[in-house]
Design a protein around this ligand. Sequence first.
Ligand code: GLA
Length: 394
Amino acid sequence: MSERTAEQVVESVRAAFAETFGHEPEGVWSAPGRVNLIGEHTDYNGGLCLPIALPHRTYAGVSHRDDGILRMASAQQDGVVEVVLDEVSPEQPGGWGSYVAGVLWALREEGHDVPGLDVLVDSTVPVGAGLSSSAALECSVAAAVSDLAGLGLLEDAGSRARLAQVCIRAENEIAGAPTGGMDQSAALLSDDATALLLDCRSWQTEQVPFDLASAGYALLVTDTHAHHELVDGQYGSRRDSCQEACRILGVDQLREVDPSELDATLEKLPTDELQRRVKHIVTEIDRVEQAVAALRSGDLEEVGRLFDASHVSMRDDYEISCEELDVATETARQHGALGARMTGGGFGGSCIAIVRSESVDEVSTAIDASFADHGFTAPSSFAVTAAGSARRDR
Ligand code: GLA
């Protein structure tokens, strides 16, 4: 958990906004980062995933402008980025500002009348940790615009799901990251003490109770500090493999592959690599269903086994893990975790483990020691609970 309270961040956003732009913001809105409990790389295959929103949030102080200009500043970046709304494109403004500008662009593409803005953001979501700091940024701004422009897109689950689609367009079409939609949905549709079962074919959602504390457990997140960058080629190449498999199998999405016919399906694929990619996706979607059933019946040991199976599948079949993630998950298991897996896009970033509440410190210390033994950069571990979605804070 971040050391700063929400109240403190809101205050500091207001002060920094006034100092940067010379006037008070009209309000402060925020949206959370996420960890995905299970269902990795399934979103762009029309599959199921099960994220929770984190207590870590990105806060945006925002005021509207009448001149069609967007000015952006961040407590985590130097300078003010400026772009004319009519000129927003994949090249303009580029950098972190494209996540903000992309949201305004996408809302306008959907036919909404959106004004220029002054925006100042501050975040407690670790950047580059695979915890969706970019979706938190997009969705905090999207929430602000919805309120300031009177769009009413925060009113209910249906309108929030539409706003999530807008943020997905911003990320895909302006920020240039070919991500699948889980992160934006988690940031806009999650609830306290529940996980979000997201069906990425119908975009329907269900809340699944997720309260480990009452059973004496905690969800430990370890940010490995290993490199994680979605806009480089690996993520896109996994997406391409899935599309190639769909072409060969004659389906629109891998979601359509029946898990009970997996072996026969895999035989139709020409390479061992493509077979393993498809096997991960099909079995992972199935594991989400099993995890939801296990959570509903309070069977955390089964959830832990599914975490472990998911990690093996990502490590060996989808090949998106890395040494740091393997060491962290293995160490957590050796120190009593019910299960552990990498979470998010992979190739670095974070992992999660279900550990007994009283073992949080022991497991964190053990992971630190393993990392030191391997000569890795020191990781950061923290226990999290499922938090709420995008909202107005002030
Ligand atoms: C990243 C993407 C998501 C999803 C995950 C993997 O977080 O942003 O859309 O594909 O990777 O599950």
